[in-house]
Write a protein that binds this ligand. Structure first.
Ligand SMILES: [Zn+2]
Ligand SMILES: [Zn+2]
Length: 505
């Protein structure tokens, strides 16, 4: 009798524990559905690009919710063996994690997660076993019999041997993968697959504050046969390349102004435009008064490297005449504070003055090609010239920030005693537009699609986007995109289509 009671107690405890595991899995699954970036960053040590978020929500969400359903069903019904389903999935998760640790032994935060997962498997298996041994299962469940069968054990043994063999052969496998991958690699660039039209690529959409989703500001514009790179913030050249932009085909680099977050990658960018195309003329860099100083400074700073490249590679890669950049000042603004700086092959580029004091002059750019148009604001407060230039454009890319979020940062900085950080968070509000203000500009100018970039403060999770936008959607009916690195907007010639897709994953 006493023994039986003990058994019943064990069955009850393991059942409650299994139910707890089910509730936890359910909560994790729901959290992944609602805010995949938060869960992945905080609990799973994953970084997430745009497509990554989609897969996280779909694949990982489904895994956890599926496991939760079977765990809860197993814990709260007579069919306790149902717990073997989540236990199997969790065992595979544990297996995958162990393989990862063997292949990439760099320490991560996943060790704790592994322990929890093993505990979950044990709890689920104990619940099934205690229930089966308690005699409540008159008939041994088929699932249990199957797992105990010789055939199953042989199959499991074969899988383990195969996995072990693959693990030992991994140098040969990875070499083979590399060689076949390199041989099969298409030399196709983003441009090759694009239709004739105007295309805007957001290679960098961040501000000086670090943001796991955004590097320094940079936007490329492809218009017919011509390609422009507007600004080149820190890290943006690599992103331009990851988006498969053929840097060597750049017609000109355009600078809106000389804040570091807009020019810090200029040296790297000029070097790659030069060497990737073995160009014999320096990169054309156009910008406001002062651009000569900036370009000359970078030419100077890179003069040693330029010498190494010429000596090492010779004319086939690095013809001496093509090194560095040549500056062209944008001036001669008309009464409307704008000037056409490029007009060729149906492509017209207009520069105009914006409000970014004490940075003067600071520019925005408008691109027109075959009936399509794009305005890039650069850094600015709400500005009348920009409003006039944005009249009826397909896409307005505007810098944006949220003052309330920045104020919260200021208050947090005061509490933690970081006075400088607090002052910067306050100061930057005097020369950038609020998200809601950009929505009013888009509405008044009849813009078709508003894209916000140079996002301030950093927004690592998309669940923060509504807070960032505030009442913006009340002012503007059209689509608003809070940009992230890797977005491409395509405007096919002579149409009214606006197509968007990701080029970074
Ligand atoms: Zn600026
Ligand atoms: Zn800026």
């Amino acid at each position: 009798m006493k023994k039986l009671l003990g058994h019943d107690a064990i069955v009850m405890v393991t059942r409650i524990l299994a139910g707890g595991v089910g509730v936890l899995l359910l909560l994790i699954g729901l959290a992944i559905l609602i805010m995949p970036e938060v869960v992945s960053t905080m609990f799973l040590s994953l970084s997430t690009g745009g497509a990554g978020v989609n897969s996280l929500r779909a694949d990982l969400g489904a895994l956890f919710l599926g496991m939760a359903v079977f765990t809860l069903l197993g814990a709260f019904s007579r069919f306790r063996w149902l717990l073997l389903i989540p236990a199997t999935f969790l065992s595979l998760v544990v297996g995958g994690r162990v393989i990862s640790m063997l292949l990439d032994p760099f320490p991560t935060r996943t060790a704790g997660t592994l322990v929890v997962e093993i505990l979950f498997v044990l709890v689920l298996c104990l619940a099934v076993l205690s229930h089966a041994l308690s005699g409540k299962d008159r008939k041994r469940p088929d699932a249990l019999s199957a797992i105990g069968s010789r055939r199953f054990l042989i199959a499991a043994g074969i899988v383990v041997v195969l996995l072990g063999g693959l693990f030992l052969m991994r140098p040969a496998i990875s070499t083979r993968l590399w060689n076949s991958g390199v041989a099969g690699r298409q030399q196709q660039s983003t441009i090759d697959g694009l239709p004739d039209g105007l295309h805007v690529g957001l290679a960098g959409t961040g501000a000086p504050m670090p943001d796991s989703q955004r590097v320094g500001i940079s936007t490329f514009v492809i218009a017919g046969e011509h390609q422009f790179i507007v600004d080149c913030g820190p890290g943006s050249t690599l992103n331009n390349e990851l988006m498969q932009l053929p840097l060597e085909e750049t017609t000109a680099v355009l600078l809106t102004h000389f804040h570091s977050d807009h020019i810090a990658d200029l040296d790297e960018l000029m070097l790659k435009i030069w060497t990737y195309g073995a160009r014999t003329e320096p990169t054309l860099v156009m910008g406001p008064v002062g651009v000569e100083t900036v370009v000359e400074g970078y030419n100077q700073a890179f003069s040693f490297d330029t010498g190494y490249r010429i000596a090492h590679h010779g004319d086939a890669v690095a013809p001496a005449s093509g090194a560095g950049g040549v500056a062209r000042v944008i001036d001669g603004f008309g009464d409307d504070e704008s000037v056409v700086i490029f007009d060729q092959d149906g492509v017209r580029v207009t520069a105009f003055l914006v409000s970014h004091k004490p940075v003067e002059p600071a520019l925005g750019f408008r691109f027109d090609y075959k009936g399509r148009s794009v305005v890039l604001s650069g850094d600015t407060l709400p500005d009348q010239t920009l409003m006039a230039q944005s009249e009826g454009v397909d896409i307005l890319v505007h810098d944006a920030m949220n003052p309330d979020m920045l104020d919260a940062m200021t208050r947090a900085s005061e509490v933690s005693g970081e006075a400088v950080a607090g002052t910067v968070a306050t100061d930057i509000q005097t020369y950038h537009a609020f998200a809601e203000e950009t929505a009013r500009i888009a509405r008044d100018a009849g813009v078709r699609h508003l894209v916000l970039n140079q996002i301030l403060p950093p927004l690592p999770f998309s669940i923060l986007h509504p807070a960032f936008l505030g009442d913006a959607r009340r002012y503007y009916d059209g689509p608003i995109t809070v940009s992230r690195d890797g977005m491409l907007f395509s405007l096919p010639a002579d149409s009214d289509e606006i197509n968007a897709r990701w080029l970074l994953y």
